[in-house]
Design a protein around this ligand. Sequence first.
Ligand SMILES: [Zn+2]
Length: 249
Amino acid sequence: MMSPDLDRLIGLQQLDSTIDDARRRIAAHPERVAEAEARLAEARQRVELAKGRLKENHEARRALEKDAAVFQARISKFKDQQAAVKTNREYQAIQHETETAQRDVAAAEEKVLERMMEADGIAAEIKEAEALLAKQEKEVNAEKAALTSELTTVEAALAKATEARASVLANLEPRLLSLFEQVSKVRKGIAICAATRDGLCSVCHVRLRPQVFQQVRQNDGIVQCDTCQRILYYIPPPAPAEGVVTHAP
Ligand SMILES: [Zn+2]
């Protein structure tokens, strides 16, 4: 029922849409890969940051232990000095220094304990971050493999549609092709569309004049939407299947 011209234009539109979609997906491919890799890099960085904090923690702990050893040495030295002093005043002065050094040792040792507890927490974080990284590695690798295979499929679809388009063009009147391309260019790549059964343009949704709709329903010539200029065709409702009885309510 459809005129061969309309048939070819509908086919051309399908091919153009397939080609557009394929080109968009091919163009988006590097970004999708980069996005997956960025997620993996982030997981890797989380592990590195936690490991860096553990290293800092160990260094701080070693420094505190060194401090404690210095204060401890001072206490021993004071003990020796105390044994050699002559006056009570000297003895008390050294006693005072000793007490200060003992407080310093206690404070440093307490900080060492705090660092040790902190280290336990960081070690747990590292373990968790490493488990997450392993999971992400698996996921991202699978995702990249899927993206690569999708790209291959899309590239093949693009090549096939491009080839099919060339053979449609070979059978199309230049006048129709030029109209099609002109409308396609100003209408976001959609040059032909169906009219709805209640008489609207299915893309711009404006109601067609009854006379225009009547023409469109014939499907035997080029009729354009008055509003968006797209070429229109009509898909009649399916004929009721034989033998099916519909009951009136
Ligand atoms: Zn329209």
